[in-house]
Design a protein around this ligand. Structure first.
Ligand code: NOJ
Length: 552
């Protein structure tokens, strides 16, 4: 077996080609029987993650929080929420992950806090113009009595991004800004307290051995001074008053210095949504963040021309600043990709759970394409982020009873969208009936119900079946780790018919993906390393990928 050789500088830049597994703690595993996942549960399932063959885990927020947005509303950045465990358990988890060879990324949420954060509570009891209010965006409203919001910023559901407060004397007063739910007030990044506190939060967790952070909504922190109106309700992201402001890059230059001050390299991964790939590169220029998700890949329909274009654009844009892409197919905000690919997608990019694709679901088709897609993604140059449960072939749960839906984006939409609960259903581990080992016997029901059909998708069932998604993930990740071509090796497209994607990685590796409706022959001299579905007479069937050792 050929093994990866990396130069010493590249070897320390582990984030450039790492495979990272995202843990959404409330749905990974529940050890204390309250129906919600916790750190002790994660500890007991860590071996499953290590055995997959990934290099790192990214843990969605475990900090103290009222959980309106399941932890993306942080009330205490240096505390672990009792729902998940204790700081001591978090520290033990970090150590155990390291023992198993897994680096640990946490999530940092700098755009906003919870409205239960001590700073926001203090701001509500402090007078207008006070230092406590200046940590957020408090403004007087428009109109004679300040009765209208300070500007025209609105959510995609049409609600104002402003909420008016009742002042301590009982009268309606100032308004505060929230790009997300009203319970997630935006911080003011022009304020020195805010900057200093986040510097110290980074150090707090780095000092506990954390290897990096995924930065939530990284493009939103800094707002244009004066908070001007949007000129058009759907204004593009260039020159936008709250996305991609130039001054946000000062924040990341300073965070990079903090990361670099540690002898073991720490990594900063940006969650940035941009409709122009060139905007992404600004975040990963030398001296800024280490990598940024290439969400265009996730949003692309299952079409060769679109996939090829987004792959080319991401690689080229990021290479222009010597950064590498971070690919992903699913996360806790989007429809699981088995369910996206299991539908006719035509031209429409699909992603958000608030935007479930139309048409009937063909699960078998979705699973076949998901198998092909993971071989495509893991063969690309760059890092790869996997979302818990995709290794079991889980799909979006679309029939959760209405009264159990919890995602705040649903309430904000006036119930016009289902929200993101369907991709957050607890993992099935073993057994024949829900909770499938998610919680111990005799526990309360899991916080979201699992489909009965997941009995065939438990870790135990998938372990037994050599053709399962789980075995495909393990084989692919093992090969990716051991094959010299699948790190930073060169990437070149082969010339193929339009519905076939075929590319070479050096030395000696080829990946072919058949997105057409007919089987295609492979070059007879190439040696098959792994295929997403069995080949028939040396032919690659529709919606199938293969990894090959190239003869030439
Ligand atoms: C992006 C996170 O991924 C999402 O889950 C969250 O609701 C928003 N940011 C707000 O923090």
């Amino acid at each position: 077996m050929r093994t990866r050789t990396t130069t010493s500088t590249r070897a320390s830049a582990w984030w450039r080609d790492a495979a990272v597994y995202q843990v959404y703690p409330r749905s990974f595993r529940d050890a204390d029987g309250d129906g919600v996942g916790d750190i002790a549960g994660l500890l007991s399932g860590l071996r499953h993650i290590a055995d997959l063959g990934v290099d790192a885990i990214w843990i969605s927020p475990w900090y103290s929080s009222p959980m309106v947005d399941h932890g993306y509303d942080v009330a205490g950045h240096r505390e672990v929420d009792p729902l998940f465990g204790t700081l001591g358990e978090a520290e033990a988890l970090i150590d155990k992950a390291h023992e198993l060879g897994l680096r640990v990324l946490l999530d940092i949420v700098p755009n906003h806090t919870s409205d239960q954060h001590p700073w926001f509570k203090a701001a509500l009891t402090a007078p207008p113009g006070s230092p406590a209010r200046q940590r957020y965006h408090f403004c007087r409203g428009r109109g004679a009595d300040g009765e209208s919001p300070p500007n025209n910023w609105r959510s995609k559901f049409g609600h104002s991004h402003w909420t008016r407060v009742i002042e301590p004397d009982g009268t309606p007063g100032e308004w505060y800004l929230h790009l997300f739910a009203p319970s997630q007030p935006d911080l003011n990044w022009d304020n020195a307290d805010v900057r200093e506190d986040f510097d110290s939060i980074l150090r707090f967790w780095f000092d506990r051995g954390v290897d990096g952070f995924r930065i939530d909504s990284a493009h939103g922190l800094v707002k244009q001074s004066g908070l001007p109106d949007l000129s058009l309700p759907d204004q593009g992201v260039r020159n936008h008053p709250y996305w991609h402001q130039e001054k946000v890059h000062d924040v990341y230059r300073s965070w990079r210095q903090i990361a670099d001050s540690y002898s073991q390299p720490r990594a900063l991964v940006a969650e940035v949504w941009a409709d122009e790939p060139s905007l992404l590169t600004d975040y990963v220029r030398p001296g800024e963040l280490h990598t940024v998700f290439s969400f265009d890949f996730l949003s692309a329909p299952w079409r060769a021309d679109v996939l090829r274009r987004v792959i080319d654009d991401s690689i080229a844009e990021l290479a222009s600043v010597d950064a590498s892409p971070a690919w992903t197919l699913s996360n806790h905000d989007v429809v699981r990709h088995v369910s996206r690919y299991g539908r006719l997608q035509l031209d429409r990019p699909v992603a958000f759970s608030t935007d479930l694709p139309d048409g009937p679901l063909d699960l078998e088709l979705g699973e076949r394409r998901a198998r092909a897609a993971i071989l495509l993604m893991l063969a690309l140059p760059g890092s790869a982020f996997l979302y818990q449960g995709e290794e079991l072939g889980l799909w979006e749960v679309e029939d959760i009873p209405e009264h159990l839906l919890q995602d705040p984006s649903r309430q904000q939409s006036g119930d016009s969208v289902r929200g993101r609960d369907g991709c957050r259903v607890p993992l099935p581990w073993f057994g024949e009936r829900p909770s499938f080992g998610f919680s111990p016997d005799g526990s309360v029901p899991s916080w979201l119900p699992q489909p009965e059909m997941w009995r065939e998708h438990t870790v135990e069932a998938q372990n037994r079946d050599p053709d399962s998604m789980l075995h495909l993930y393990r084989s692919a990740l093992r090969l990716r780790r051991s094959d010299a071509a699948l790190g930073e090796g060169a990437f070149t497209w082969d010339v193929t018919p339009p519905q076939i994607l075929s590319f070479r990685r050096e030395p000696g590796f080829r990946c072919v993906v058949n997105l057409s409706v007919e089987s295609v022959p492979l070059r007879p001299d190439d040696e098959v390393l792994l295929s997403s579905c069995p080949l028939i007479d040396g032919q690659l069937r529709p919606d199938t990928s293969v990894w090959l050792h190239r003869s030439r």
